[in-house]
Design a protein around this ligand. Structure first.
Ligand code: ZN
Length: 371
């Protein structure tokens, strides 16, 4: 009995210690420049003993990229698949093959697997095929098609066995006949399903701007126009954007410019993955409020940030409308530069590493906007 009490007292002490640790530790990680070398070493020791994948990831992300391999092994031991995903997409992990192996054994979530395939752009083709093959076994056609489209069309890879599987799948499930001349366009049609634009605005927004003059335009990508519209008009999804621009340049406004869309929120809670101080832009990390209140969001249909000419023209058209709106409503001259026209990844760098993607034509858009 005495032993039990003593034991539980120790547990409570440890628990309390941990409890106060999370937030305090994150603060220390973000302000590590004020710490001495010894203090950083102690911080690392504490984090590595904590079994807390989030803290390990933050430590790696903000302070110490050098011990990537050691820390990734520690992170794998926590079994926290969410942060293992964060790890893989933020860093080029050399032992990724064994991590993928672990993931394939430990999850049956097709969406998670697709996200690994999509977010981790340095995987070798063998790993990619293993992931796609696992998704095939899961019978989730939405992510299966996206995964195969990503492999054949976006990555421009080819695999005979995968082609055969796709051919059978198309015959049995989608009742289309697929051959080597038409497979890319058939995949394109299956993935980019047509959708009728809903009337009016989305129910997902905050009224007004919480006292801010919105001063940033944020660029996003979404794999397909249909999935963006589906999501943005679904009350349960809790997401939206001011505009969505389809590959053919069609523009759909989803939220009024007077209101705040739910596209790139930041949190004041330091334990959140979208803590405002994580932002790489001082125009965000210096403002202690949800970034949705002072931003405009434009979503573009794209897998990697590549935009068609029609999309570039539409994006510029929409940005001009926003700039004029700011002049009319707030007498604010919007500065046309890279500090004020930013990517989602600059606001939520931990969770949105691939939005709007490496091919997004910021310079071209800014150049044309200025002229
Ligand atoms: Zn985004």
């Amino acid at each position: 009995m005495i032993y039990t009490i003593a034991y539980s007292t120790i547990s409570i002490v440890i628990l309390l210690n941990f409890f106060e640790m999370g937030g305090e530790m994150i603060d220390k990680i973000l302000n590590y420049k004020n710490l001495t070398k010894i203090e950083i070493a102690n911080l690392k020791k504490k984090i590595m003993q904590s079994n807390d994948a989030q803290l390990m990831f933050l430590y790696l992300y903000f302070i110490d990229h050098e011990h990537l391999e050691d820390i990734s092994i520690k992170m794998l031991k926590t079994g926290n698949l969410r942060y293992i995903h964060f790890l893989l997409r933020s860093f080029k992990v050399t032992n990724y093959a064994s991590i993928i192996e672990y993931i394939l054994i430990n999850t049956n979530d097709a969406k998670y697997l697709y996200n690994i395939l999509y977010d981790v752009d340095y995987l070798d083709n063998n790993c990619r095929l293993q992931i796609i093959n696992k998704i095939i076994t899961l019978n989730d056609n939405k992510y299966l098609l996206k995964a195969i489209y990503y492999y054949f069309v976006i990555l421009n890879l080819y695999d005979e066995k995968l082609f055969d599987k796709l051919q059978t799948l198309c015959q049995n499930v989608f009742t289309v006949t697929l051959n080597k001349d038409n497979y890319k366009s058939i995949l394109d049609n299956l993935v980019h399903q047509k959708i009728v634009d809903p009337k009016g605005f989305s129910p997902n927004y905050y009224e007004g701007r919480n006292g801010h003059i919105p001063h940033l335009i944020v660029c996003h990508i979404n794999n397909t126009y249909a999935s963006a519209i589906d999501h943005f008009y679904d009350e349960k999804s809790q997401v939206s954007s001011h505009y969505v621009i389809r590959q053919d340049g069609h523009i759909k406004q989803v939220v009024s410019l007077d209101n705040s869309a739910w596209a790139n929120g930041t949190s004041l809670n330091e334990n959140s993955d979208v803590y405002y101080k994580f932002s790489s832009s001082p125009l965000i990390s210096d403002v202690k409020d949800n970034a949705n209140y002072f931003t405009f969001s434009i979503e573009h249909e794209s897998f990697d940030g590549y935009l068609t000419n029609e999309q570039i023209n539409s994006s510029i058209k929409v940005m001009k409308e926003i700039i004029q709106y700011l002049k009319d409503k707030y007498n604010y001259d919007f500065p046309i530069d890279r500090e004020h026209i930013i990517g989602h990844n600059e606001i939520n760098p931990l969770v949105r590493t691939k939005c709007p993607g490496s091919k997004f034509p910021f310079d071209e858009i800014i150049r044309q906007l200025k002229s």
